[in-house]
Design a binder for this molecule. Sequence first.
Ligand SMILES: Nc1ncnc2c1ncn2[C@@H]1O[C@H](COP(=O)(O)OP(=O)(O)O)[C@@H](O)[C@H]1O
Ligand code: SF4
Ligand SMILES: [Mg+2]
Length: 343
Amino acid sequence: MSLLEIRDLEVSFNTPDGVVRAVRGLSFDLDRGKTLAIVGESGSGKSVSTQSLTGLSRGAHVTGSATFDGIDLLTADEHQLRGIRGARIGMIFQDPLSSLHPYYRVGWQIVEMIRAHDRSVSKRAARDRAAQLLSMVGIPHAKDRIGDFPHQFSGGMRQRVMIAMAMSVEPDLLIADEPTTALDVTVQAQVLAVMRKLQDEMGTAIILITHDLGVVAEMSDEIVVMYAGQVMERASRRDLFYRHHHPYTEGLLASLPAQGGKGTRLSPIKGTPPSSINPPDRCPFAPRCPYAFDKCWRENPLPRVVFGDPSHQSACWLSTDEATRREERARMVASKLSAEEPA
Ligand SMILES: Nc1ncnc2c1ncn2[C@@H]1O[C@H](COP(=O)(O)OP(=O)(O)O)[C@@H](O)[C@H]1O
Ligand code: SF4
Ligand SMILES: [Mg+2]
């Protein structure tokens, strides 16, 4: 049994404008020590899907199932969830100040975190552990900085402090929601490396949420691509980058910067994502998809196995045969090129 098993997760909100279908049919498994990335544009349902697992999506109507180490998260009561959040499922966000209290010294905050989950740890031991963790995440002179306040750290260093705090109780699962979005590219890579190092030492499973496929290129074992609340494609990292099936994945890859993350975006996908309010019954990507044909406008494709590999799924009506799909892609590239040629 996997550490986390999500099946057909649906999350919706009733709003004055109609029902927001924020997540529609998300399924995945995550094993201990592994990293699953959830990638998609802003508003695609990444945050809501993980918040709903830990009871943090207020006012949401949630169906499906979510089993964490044998515990059904969707039927657990607030008391059970409080025991799981932080202790067994750690969370970090884009803005460290949403987790770090601005008026308390960072060392004290980590000590409190450790002792809140295990009162038998002495203050002194917790303090030593806090210093050790700060040093593990690469804070220089960690012992001396334990008494500093969050604002005394740079953005990247604050993010490291937040990782140290979340990992101080050795959670089984860490949910990292856009942890590096606010940071510049070099610092992003450092912060991800720190997460990976602690993951290796503690065997933590990680859900890494990001809008930037480039961020997950090195870090994830499996990638889920979301669009308008739905899973477009789910595959191992290797297959997603080198053997993808879905046109949306193709668009995301084509829009990655040329090299090293510093280049300009090559060709961003034209158009904007649809509203999640009362979505029509068709492929949500159809208005932006260069491959769209009749069926795409009539029926919404469910994720199905592609290329004969059960671990690879795509929600798209295009051929599931690899050779045929490759031909379709080649034809598309050729027709784009001829359209760009001067007459
Ligand atoms: N409390 C809420 N009430 C109504 N709609 C919400 C609420 N929270 C999120 N949504 C909607 O759900 C969709 C998914 O949001 P979110 O998961 O935050 O996207 P992402 O993290 O991918 O940027 C969006 O359309 C958003 O507006
Ligand atoms: S189902 Fe059709 S519109 Fe949707 S991604 Fe596939 S080809 Fe494009
Ligand atoms: Mg989000």
